[in-house]
Design a protein. Structure first.
Length: 290
């Protein structure tokens, strides 16, 4: 949903919302076969009505629904209360597998991923990024009966870099460190993140800007707006001041602080109190000039 598989939401095509090729598609690339786009549907995240309509019309053609738990790539919005439970129920009703994309949130947000925070367990989950502390590794996990298909050789999962020993060792080491650090490790990081978020909000208000922070442990976004709550990427882009965000990012960069694209912040376990203070100071200076 939303930009997980690339393309932009075709809001005009209620009946066939497949990913569109358009100028506003950040993943636009030449040479993409049109029919591959028609093999998937792209619908807005956090809109249970859109999913219901899609499944009513095309549920029998859909194998799997892939979505983020929090919309990290769309501005950091949280799922509406009851949304994920309703998604799961609809998937069950239409025989569609539910796959959570925890590429950003897996292991970073909590050892059990974002799904452990919301309490909804999907049929499948995909992981990447933090799973191996920065080394290239991606993984898929899920229900035993689905994975039995690999064991029975009904489905092939071959690949040049499968089980690449260096990445596997990095993944194991990362997971052991996260497990051994336990809840304290996450609590310490979450505490620093809370300081960073409130420091950024205070710096903004002191310079006369409205700023909201949206996200979850380990990953949040800053938006120059007073509007709260915001539930969708469309709501965020309609309300947040993109020009200010761009100038803020540039002002931070000039002081050696790199903010992620899309106004994103990733809060690592290596962060210190001093890092947070230096970042908030840099943000305060940047806020004065935007
Ligand atoms: C939420 C999300 N899903 C999937 C991907 C793609 O993952 P990969 O680079 O492993 O294909 C990304 C970005 O890299 C992402 O941010």
């Amino acid at each position: 949903m939303d930009n997980v598989i690339g393309g932009v939401v075709n809001s005009a095509a209620n009946d066939l919302p497949y990913p569109l090729i358009s100028d506003s598609d950040p993943f636009y690339t030449e040479g993409r076969a049109e029919h591959t786009l028609e093999e998937s549907f792209l619908i807005p995240w956090n809109d249970i009505g859109a999913l219901r309509t899609l499944l009513e019309n095309h549920g029998n053609k859909i194998a799997v629904l892939i979505m983020e738990v929090f919309n990290s790539n769309g501005g950091g919005a949280s799922p509406r209360p009851g949304y994920l439970e309703a998604v799961q129920q609809l998937c069950k009703q239409y025989g569609v597998l539910l796959c959570f994309d925890e590429i950003i949130t897996g292991f970073r947000t909590a050892i059990g991923g974002a799904q452990s925070i919301v309490g909804v367990t999907p049929d499948l989950t995909i992981f990447g990024k933090a799973i191996a502390g920065g080394m290239p590794l991606a993984a898929i996990a899920g229900r035993k009966d689905i994975f039995d298909l690999f064991r029975q050789n009904k489905v092939i999962g071959a690949g040049t870099f499968n089980a690449f020993p260096v990445s596997m060792a990095a993944g194991l080491a990362t997971i052991r460190m996260l497990e051994n650090g336990g809840l304290e490790l996450y609590a310490r990081r979450n505490n620093l993140q809370a300081k960073l978020e409130s420091g950024l909000r205070k710096a903004a208000h002191a310079a006369g800007h409205d700023l909201v922070t949206l996200g979850l442990p380990g990953n949040f976004c800053t938006h120059f707006t007073a509007r709260e709550p915001m539930w969708t990427s469309a709501e965020i882009s309609a309300n947040a001041d993109a020009g200010k965000a761009m100038r803020f990012r540039q002002g931070l960069r000039e002081q050696g602080v790199l903010q992620g694209l899309g106004s994103r912040w990733f809060v690592s376990f290596a962060l210190t109190d001093e890092d947070v203070e230096a970042t908030v100071d840099a943000a305060a200076r940047a806020m004065e000039r935007i």
